[in-house]
Design a protein around this ligand. Structure first.
Ligand code: DMJ
Length: 631
């Protein structure tokens, strides 16, 4: 008879003791069978099962005592069956014995239950005892408190040192302008730390090789280009310790001693003179102004030419200057045309007129020259008067910042220099007339290149700066119709340049892109597919953001941040990539100094309020170094 049948009725204890004789203790657990009445039976079965077990044990023990040895299983069963039969058959006679057994069993049961509670256990239950759990909870609370304290201390230290705030856990956490600005600041710190650790005093960093890098524009000396190009950005974003370290290095900086070989006059001017001037403008620290003057003074021999148009290269040790070997003895528009902002500002700040004289001379020479259809060719001879070279026209490489400086010189002088304003307007108007195109399929606006009368439907990343330039004009223009016209043009250029990003695999735009019957804002030329951390597209979105407050410009900038993180972040800094159409692009292992001066600065500013470098008080040179606008 199995236990299930037994528990269908509620047996008497005696009955149960008699009937339930097989060894099935495990099955005597409550809750296994039935409901209602059955449950009562089950509860009872649990209790009675224990009794039965003890009973069997006593039996076994008695049998063992009797037989003098421990019986086998079958022997026990037989002896139990015999005993059971005796009990059953002879209930009246043995009821006393039965009572004694019951009392004995009850006694043993009591002993067992008592032992269960008071004898030492195997230890597992200790784990769950109240005092233990309290202990665990206490430890947890203590750890929490420690963690909190540590966090508070870290935060305090961070605030005292004023470095980057506690990092947000992941890029997606930066979901508002403040978070995004902080994120950009963290990028700056990461890139700076890499440079500081692996390339301090060198011109640039190789972020993956973790070593110094230099390009020919700096000659072959170690002149700390990154330190000077970055210092204003470090100051603006509040990286105080980093700023101080950079400032200390610059205080000891002797350009003439460090510079070796031929340096680019233009690059030295916009990065070194410009960087030092902006550091002075931002901080009022005279040391920077003195250094700026030192650098510009070293460049002066390059201006000793028949026309006053400077050579492109200079050896600062010897003062010997020359043009590029590939330029057939000619100077380049963007280079000789982008001196004025720095030199004029420098004379204004120092009272030393020599710099303004040099830059005014260039302007005078150009004003006097006949321009083909109002356009400025890229090349010019060094003669007096000079002659234009080949009729190549561009809004990009070798021309770009000439136009930018016409506009900005007008703004920097508090809009008093009307000649400059007029020349700027004439130049842009001529370019719109001859070089501005709209693509067939998507209506994308761009400035084409001109070679004589041949139109090349190419737009460069560099030329994307022009969107920001015309927007800045619009923001400063009194004539509402003209202002609207240039605002529209700026929006269209900003859109085109965004398309060049959006249409690439990485979301980053190439160095140069074409418009043909089959492609728009893309390039199929492998040699144009690279990206070297250039800022011009973000620069234009920055001006558009300030002028329109259209959130899409911030979003585009944020997308770029994420793509930089994904594709351009190297081991110890950020690198250019060799092919923007490659989903796993190779990095070029160069962290350009203009990453700090320009791209990081514009990214930071686009997520800042307008009162951080307001555009009615500050004007940026072509390397994004801010100068104060004069009254
Ligand atoms: C910068 O050095 C300057 O913006 C310059 O006018 C040309 N472009 C580079 C960065 O792309």
């Amino acid at each position: 008879m199995g236990p299930v049948e037994i528990y269908h009725s509620v047996p008497q204890l005696s009955e149960y003791l008699v009937l339930e004789t097989s060894y099935q203790p495990v099955r005597h657990l409550p809750g296994f069978y039935g409901t209602g009445k059955e449950k009562l039976g089950k509860s009872f079965s649990f209790f009675s099962g224990k009794i039965h077990f003890l009973d069997s044990f006593i039996d076994s023990f008695s049998a063992q005592a009797y037989l003098g040895s421990f019986p086998s299983f079958s022997e026990r069963r037989n002896s139990e069956n015999v005993k059971s039969a005796n009990l059953k058959n002879d209930m009246g006679l043995r009821s006393h014995e039965q009572l004694v057994v019951c009392v004995g069993v009850m006694f043993l049961l009591t002993v067992c239950i008592t032992a269960f509670f008071f004898l030492p256990s195997g230890g597992a239950d200790l784990y769950f005892r109240e005092e233990n759990s309290v202990h665990v909870r206490d430890t947890f609370i203590r750890n929490e408190a420690l963690r909190k304290k540590e966090q508070e201390e870290l935060l305090k230290k961070a605030e005292e040192a004023n470095p980057v705030p506690i990092p947000k856990p992941e890029i997606g956490a930066a979901d508002d302008a403040e978070g995004r600005r902080i994120f950009v600041k963290q990028m700056i710190k990461f890139a700076w730390d890499g440079y500081r650790k692996y390339a301090w005093g060198e011109n640039e960093l190789r972020p993956n090789s973790r070593s110094g890098h230099s390009s020919s524009i700096f000659g072959y000396g170690k002149t700390g280009a990154t330190i000077i190009d970055a210092i204003d950005t470090l100051f603006i974003v509040g990286l105080k310790e980093e700023y101080k370290e950079a400032r200390d290095w610059i205080a000891e900086f002797n350009f003439k001693d460090l510079a070796k070989g031929d340096l680019s006059v233009f690059e030295t001017n916009i990065r070194f003179t410009g960087g030092l001037l902006s550091a002075y403008a931002l901080t009022g620290d005279k040391m920077f102004l003195t250094k700026a003057e030192d650098v510009a003074t070293l460049l002066l021999p390059a201006f000793e030419t028949p026309s006053g148009i400077p050579y492109s290269l200079i050896d600062l040790q010897t003062g010997r200057a020359k043009t590029y070997s590939w330029a057939s003895g000619k100077a380049i528009l963007s280079e000789y045309g982008s001196i004025q902002l720095e030199f004029d500002y420098l004379s204004n700040l120092t009272g030393n007129p020599i710099f303004a004289q040099k830059s005014n001379k260039i302007r005078d020479v150009l004003t006097a020259m006949e321009k083909p259809e109002g356009l400025y060719p890229i090349y010019i001879s060094m003669d007096n008067p000079p002659r234009w070279g080949q009729h190549l026209f561009s809004m990009g490489a070798m021309a770009d910042s000439w136009y930018e400086y016409l506009l900005k010189q007008w703004i920097a002088t508090g809009k008093t220099d009307q000649r400059t304003k007029r020349e700027y307007e004439e130049a842009i108007f001529a370019m719109e007339k001859r070089m501005l195109y709209k693509s067939e399929q998507s209506n994308l606006w761009y400035f084409a290149k001109l070679n004589g009368n041949r139109v090349e439907h190419t737009f460069e990343h560099l030329a994307c700066f022009s969107g920001g330039m015309v927007v800045l004009h619009a923001m400063n223009e009194e004539n509402a119709t003209i202002a609207q016209h240039y605002m529209d043009l700026g929006k269209n250029i900003g859109h085109t340049c965004h398309e060049s990003y959006a249409r690439s695999t990485t979301g980053i735009g190439p160095e140069s892109f074409q418009f043909t019957s089959s492609i728009e804002a893309k390039t199929e030329r492998r040699q144009d597919s690279y990206y070297i951390l250039r800022p011009e597209v973000v620069e234009t979105w920055f001006y558009l953001w300030r002028a329109t407050k259209d959130e899409k410009y911030r979003q585009w900038a944020w997308d770029h941040v994420q793509n930089l993180e994904k594709y351009a972040k190297g081991n110890a800094g950020y690198s250019g990539i060799r092919n923007v159409y490659d989903s796993n692009p190779e990095q070029d292992d160069v962290q350009q100094s203009f990453l700090f001066a320009e791209l990081f600065k514009y990214l930071y500013l686009i997520f800042s309020d307008d009162d951080v470098l307001p555009l009615d008080q500050w004007v940026f040179n072509t390397e994004a170094h801010p100068f104060r606008i004069r009254n």
